[in-house]
Design a protein. Structure first.
Length: 263
């Protein structure tokens, strides 16, 4: 069911995009503004936790009700598709990538900037949403999307807690992305290049840096023949292609989990 929901949601998102009204999350911004004005609930971080729980719990209850009604499995599928589609994005990564400012692409570290920027955007737009959707259903996808909105608004009073919560949710996602990159690109060369991270005492905290460096190495050395560092557009398109292949690896893993569950 979840695999089918992922395929449908991504298909609609890829072919039709998402209307601006669905990208804004205006209702969520209104909830945050309302919560900031309330003085009876202290401390401030607790306000955001409560605000997060309200829509997430409601979605979880709705999903549970539909899942328990065997006569409503189609509605359960549609519900998951709608919520996942709503949480992806906000805009197609390909569109935003092509709108990168030329002055940013012409900087000295343009290649690494492009790879890191697209990789980080893919985490927030695709991978963390899909991972927690698979584990927790529609409620997990919504939790991640709303949390990312809070972080992007940079609320000083909650930056520390919200960022820690996001890092906690994205930690297994990044490690799984590293594994999928090894499968989707040149396993041997990327592994030999990056395995020095595992010799460090705090290797388990180097996941984000490892992912960025592995992506950068894969794009420059495993994907582009006669690599030219002055062509960031080629790097942009190649990075997108690698990220999409990694996403396909995830879909295969989800498909295998479905097969073994049925078996």
């Amino acid at each position: 069911m979840k695999l089918l929901a992922i395929l449908i949601a991504f298909g609609i998102f890829h072919w039709l995009g998402k209307p601006k009204i669905l990208q804004s999350f205006a209702w969520w911004k209104a909830m945050i503004t309302f919560g900031q004005k309330q003085t009876w609930l202290k401390p401030d971080w607790l306000k955001y936790v409560v605000l997060l729980l309200i829509p997430v719990v409601l979605v979880a209850i709705m999903a549970q009700i539909l899942n328990q009604q065997h006569d409503h499995q189609l509605w359960y599928l549609l519900f998951n598709c709608v919520v996942l589609y709503y949480c992806l994005g906000p805009e197609q990564l390909e569109i935003d990538a092509r709108q990168m400012q030329s002055e940013q692409l012409e900087s000295e570290d343009s290649i690494q900037w492009v790879v890191n920027k697209l990789t980080n955007e893919s985490i927030q737009r695709w991978f963390v949403i899909v991972f927690w959707f698979v584990l927790l259903g529609a409620a997990g996808a919504l939790l991640c999307r709303l949390l990312i909105h809070i972080i992007q608004q940079k609320q000083t009073a909650t930056d520390s807690l919200m960022n820690r919560l996001y890092e906690l949710l994205s930690y297994p996602v990044i490690w799984l992305m590293i594994i999928s990159l090894l499968v989707a690109s040149d396993f041997d060369r990327i592994w030999q290049h990056c395995k020095r991270y595992f010799k460090r005492q705090d290797w388990y905290l180097q996941h984000r840096a490892l992912l960025y460096e592995a992506m950068d190495f894969a794009v420059e050395n495993c994907e582009i023949d006669d690599f030219k560092s002055d062509d960031p557009n080629t790097v942009r398109d190649t990075t997108l292609a690698v990220l999409k292949r990694m996403l396909m690896v995830w879909l295969v893993l989800v498909a295998f989990s479905v097969i073994f569950t049925i078996g």
